[in-house]
Design a protein around this ligand. Sequence first.
Ligand code: ZN
Length: 96
Amino acid sequence: MKTRREKIIELLSKHEEMTLLELADLTNVPVKVVVQDLDSVRKTIRSEKKRIEVRPAICMNCNYTFSGRSRISDPHKCPECHSERISPQKFRIASS
Ligand SMILES: [Zn+2]
């Protein structure tokens, strides 16, 4: 029996890219739990010379790109135009 975190590692290694919501749906936990899991996974896969790659969230109104964030959770509001229409971050695991 795999743990949820092992399942997340498997999903992110196999699939191209996944959002927090997709991971939450597939593992049957709330998004905030997936955020905690990814924080932990980010540390544990380091020893395997792998890392989590993040495609940044983008404001759908003004195209502001949320690059260089260290937090796993999705941003809710654009700092430029204050729109809340944000396309979510996408994650995958890659060899570093
Ligand atoms: Zn914006």
